[in-house]
Design a protein around this ligand. Structure first.
Ligand SMILES: Nc1ncnc2c1ncn2[C@@H]1O[C@H](COP(=O)(O)OP(=O)(O)OP(=O)(O)O)[C@@H](O)[C@H]1O
Ligand SMILES: [Mg+2]
Length: 112
């Protein structure tokens, strides 16, 4: 299993959620976040305007998927979130050793 964490412009959340549903991804967690990338303390676009700030509002999506869905998931996020401007966000992928559905003790991919 793989965990895909994507940090996005908040305005892209709905489009990314739709793209993930279309790709057959069922479970996900959305977190509100603040952050900066390499333009730290410099100019970035937010809601169409240019800002000079330290930390900007972002959303983070966390998704755990079977290995074979990793590429499809990443492509769905990129396809929906990319504008080509700075601050589009970032995706991190890590391996997940175990998943457990609390309700019935299912383990591994069948718990996803
Ligand atoms: N190395 C990192 N580790 C953790 N979070 C990061 C990292 N880089 C970026 N982020 C998170 O992703 C958000 C978006 O980053 P951003 O897209 O601005 O990256 P960037 O490297 O500055 O690329 P760009 O030049 O396209 O802006 C940041 O606000 C921060 O929350
Ligand atoms: Mg940036």
């Amino acid at each position: 299993m793989q965990k895909i964490e994507a940090i996005l412009q908040p305005s892209k959340l709905d489009a990314v959620k739709d793209a993930l549903l279309e790709a057959g991804i069922e479970g996900m967690t959305i977190l509100e976040a603040r952050g900066h990338g390499r333009q730290k303390g410099h100019t970035e676009f937010y809601r169409g305007r240019e800002y000079t700030v330290d930390l900007l509002p972002k959303v983070k999506i966390e998704i755990v998927v079977p290995d074979e869905l990793k590429d499809k998931t990443v492509q769905a996020i990129i396809g929906a979130a990319r504008t080509g401007k700075i601050g589009d966000g970032k995706i991190f992928v890590t391996r997940v050793d175990e998943a457990i559905r609390i309700r019935n003790d299912e383990h591994g991919e069948s718990a996803l």
